[in-house]
Design a protein around this ligand. Structure first.
Ligand code: ASP
Ligand code: MG
Length: 408
């Protein structure tokens, strides 16, 4: 196998959490280079630094202007990149740190959640040509208005993929504290198995269903630009999980993973008149308040009225409740119920497209455990059930077992 000639290596917060970790990462980058591979490094802020900066800002200010928040938060990555370069120099590796701005990550001006609009990676290219290792601060860029911007939580993954795209890298490695993507959260299911590979489509569904890493936006970016991702551990350095295009030669697993998510709450608007425009009015009202809707379910109408249930992130619940209660008289609904004790459990697998019986087995498995299904939603490669939050871990365990995900 030919050695890949250019790799982007991104190191998450735990990978560079202290001086020892930073030296270990430098040592690994030096080794990679000795194998003849050119490396571009992307770093997150050290450990929990981003959380600490956010906390500090909240202690100092009630207004927290976006421009200043971004200037503050991006300082975390700046610190990490300079320290890593120093450690590389100690090992005799010529390395230069670059802020997102210096690395040419041009973004829009949406502070705290800026989007990449262009990558002008000339400086990174020249550094590589001079045989140097560019070390880029993750999750940051510069807007067309010349302001420092932050790409949002987890945005270092996007920086890494964006640079891999611009430089046509052979792969983008995302180093973290877990050794890859698993068939279930190993903390919940000790026998969960690491996946060798997972398709972009499956990974995107897993991200949407609650899998915390990698950052969803970076997976989307990677899919759109055909960048192969490799999620792996900076503690064991063993090969992890490849995220790439589905291989048409290979039959897809029916189920790849079970994922749960306890970050949402459910709202139900009851006794909604069954006529055109009512759902439109309700969801326009929610959209105007920037409430992020996930699942929506509407019952068949009995006697001309129906119930509409939907899920929203916990953080959006107060706004969503406010909208529903305000609109209740106007749309003629009989009530508004909210429930923040729910969670979702999802099965994801590219092979379910062509296999009957997956939902039957899922529902039977939950039924045998006495777990009630409160809502159901599906895509071509995902089935999601809303259940009581107290039962969701049990649901993950029994489904993992029922679909024999432990076995290879
Ligand atoms: N340090 C930032 C965060 O914690 C960016 C990143 O790690 O991707 O969200
Ligand atoms: Mg991070």
């Amino acid at each position: 196998m030919a050695v890949a000639s250019l790799i982007v290596q991104k190191f998450g917060g735990t990978s560079v959490a202290d001086a020892d970790r930073i030296r270990a990462v430098a040592d690994y980058v030096a080794r990679t280079r000795r194998r003849g591979v050119r490396v571009v490094v992307v770093v997150s802020a050290m450990g929990k630094e981003t959380d600490e900066l956010l906390r500090l800002a909240a202690q100092v200010s009630d207004t927290r202007p976006g421009r200043e928040m971004d200037m503050l938060i991006t300082a975390g990555e700046r610190k990490a990149m300079a320290l890593l370069c120093m450690a590389l120099h100690d090992l005799g590796v010529p390395a230069d740190s670059f802020t997102g701005s210096q690395a040419g990550l041009i973004t829009d001006n949406e502070h705290t959640k800026a989007k990449v609009v262009e990558i002008r990676a000339d400086r990174i290219r020249s550094a590589l040509e001079e045989g140097r290792v560019p070390v880029v601060g993750g999750a940051q860029g510069v807007s067309l208005q010349n302001n420092v911007t932050f790409l949002g939580r987890g945005g270092s993954d996007t920086t890494a993929v964006a640079l891999a795209t611009a430089l046509s890298a052979d792969a983008c490695e995302l180093y973290t504290d877990v050794s890859g993507v698993f068939t279930a959260d190993p903390r919940v299911v000790p026998g969960a198995r690491r996946l060798h590979r997972v398709s972009f489509e499956e990974m995107l569904e897993m991200c949407a269903a609650g899998c915390p890493k990698p950052e969803m936006r970076s997976v989307e970016f990677a899919r759109n630009h055909g960048v192969k991702l490799h999620v792996r551990s900076s503690f064991t350095w063993e090969p992890g999980t490849w995220i790439e295009e589905e291989d048409p030669q290979v039959e897809q697993p029916i189920i790849s993973a079970v994922v749960s998510d306890a970050s949402e709450a459910k709202l139900t608007v009851t006794g909604v008149p069954d006529r055109p425009g009512v759902a439109a009015r309700l969801f326009r009202g929610l959209a105007d308040r920037l409430v992020n809707i996930d699942m929506i379910e509407q019952n068949i109408s009995i006697h001309g009225t129906t119930d509409i249930s939907f899920t929203v992130p916990h953080a959006d619940l107060p706004a969503a409740l406010d909208v529903c209660r305000t609109l209740q008289p106007e749309i003629g609904a009989t009530g508004v119920l909210s429930d923040d004790e729910i969670a979702t459990v999802s099965l994801i697998g590219a092979g379910m497209k062509t296999h009957p019986g997956v939902s039957a087995t899922m529902f039977e498995t939950l039924a045998n455990e006495g777990i009630n299904i409160e809502m159901i939603s599906t895509s071509a490669i995902r089935i999601t059930c809303v259940v009581r939050r107290t039962l969701v871990e049990q649901a993950v365990i029994v489904l993992h077992d029922a679909f024999k995900l432990e076995a290879e």
